[in-house]
Design a protein around this ligand. Structure first.
Ligand SMILES: NC(=O)c1ccc[n+]([C@@H]2O[C@H](COP(=O)([O-])OP(=O)(O)OC[C@H]3O[C@@H](n4cnc5c(N)ncnc54)[C@H](O)[C@@H]3O)[C@@H](O)[C@H]2O)c1
Length: 335
């Protein structure tokens, strides 16, 4: 690809989250990134037209219409509801378009496998939309990871009537599953979980405990019916405690002994250091990285295999919640 070549992109599905993709592509273009947003697609054509007007491109009612008018489209974000990820991404990849597919990658492992197969067969760059990997706090934490042994993760949000077609595990907890799986790098040995529907017919609040072959244990709590917004991940490893706040985009490292390099805390034996971060909207970093992979034809930082791995664990948690619910006779709540 020529260095000054503009990558022509589109967004398919411009509802609550897809609109953000359109906004960020337009922002990247304004900042001088080699990208041009040429169109947005939504089966709700009035929605497509409204978002297209907002971000100075054309609106379409289908991928077919987009590709007929703009055969030069090279890359697209897929932000339709999860049940439509496979068909939409298939259509795009078969049309020669690289894709960034929102999380969760698909509704089932069979669908995820089909996406992986098509991407390979069509030699497409295909990224899974786990945007917390691009959170500056997560990126700053990677170099300090040694041997995490115990995670405590909370992702709580207030209720909004969106993504209610899926359990909170696939909606919210999957962000943290992907992060912890990437930090621990060990196979999952055992899962225990509990979850309840509160305001929807799906599980709205859940807790899962995962034990890894490495001996690490991770506790996850996710809720979409909370009164507060919390997005925190804390973990312990030998001589260190790391506290990461996704929302604030910062991470603190508490170290025992003299090698932590930080300031003394309340306890003189413990030093605390704030990891250096540069604030950036994770979606901005994610789309920039996707465009870089498209340009260089390189493996995305978060590929479809990563999306499948997080989905597999999330589906096991959903199954463990069901098992637990039927054991304690809560099964009628999960219908
Ligand atoms: N990464 C994140 O943090 C994050 C956050 C929210 C949502 N998401 C994901 O983004 C996706 C969309 O979620 P949302 O909350 O924006 O949903 P939404 O319902 O607000 O938007 C989906 C849009 O897709 C359109 N659509 C439906 N079927 C279509 C089709 N076949 N072709 C074209 N358009 C179609 C709908 O008209 C709607 O405008 C989901 O996979 C969701 O899990 C990711």
């Amino acid at each position: 690809m020529e260095p000054d070549h503009l990558i022509h992109v589109a967004v398919v599905g411009v509802g609550a989250f897809g609109r953000n993709h359109a906004r960020v592509y337009q922002q990247l273009a304004k900042e001088g990134a080699p990208v041009r947003l040429v169109g947005v697609v939504d089966s709700d054509t009035s929605r497509a037209d409204a978002v297209a007007r907002e971000f100075g491109c054309r609106g379409f009612g289908s991928v077919d219409q987009l590709l007929t008018t703009h055969s030069e489209v090279e890359a697209a974000s897929v932000a339709v509801p999860t049940v439509h990820h496979l068909n939409t991404a298939r259509h795009l990849m078969e049309g020669g378009v690289d894709v960034l597919i929102e999380k969760p990658l698909a509704g089932s492992l069979a669908e995820a496998d089909e996406l992986i197969r098509i991407a390979r067969e069509r030699v497409r760059i295909a990224q899974a939309g786990h945007l917390e990997r691009f959170n500056p706090a997560v990126r700053a934490t990677l170099p300090v990871i040694t041997r995490p042994m115990f995670f405590e993760v909370h992702r709580l949000s207030v209720f909004t009537p969106r993504s209610l077609d899926i359990d909170v595990v696939l909606d919210l907890m999957i962000h943290d599953l992907d992060i912890v799986l990437s930090f621990v790098n060990s196979p999952v040995r055992e899962i225990g979980a509990v979850g309840l529907p509160i305001l929807s017919s799906k599980v709205d609040i859940a807790n899962a405990r995962i034990e890894f072959d490495s001996g690490c244990v991770a506790n996850f709590t996710a809720s979409r019916v909370s009164t507060e917004l919390v997005r925190k991940l804390r973990f312990f490893q030998p001589k260190q405690y790391v506290s990461l706040d996704y929302g604030r985009q910062d991470a603190l490292v508490f170290s025992v002994g003299g090698d932590g390099g930080g300031a003394p805390s309340v306890n003189p034996q413990i030093q605390v250091a704030k990891l250096p971060t540069v604030q950036e909207e994770p979606l901005h970093a994610e789309l920039k990285s996707f465009l870089g992979s498209v340009q260089r034809r390189s493996r995305p930082l978060v590929d479809l295999e990563d999306g499948r791995r997080a989905l597999a664990v999330a589906l096991d948690i959903v199954a463990a919640i069901r098992d637990h619910g039927s054991k304690i006779k809560l099964e009628q709540l999960h219908r």
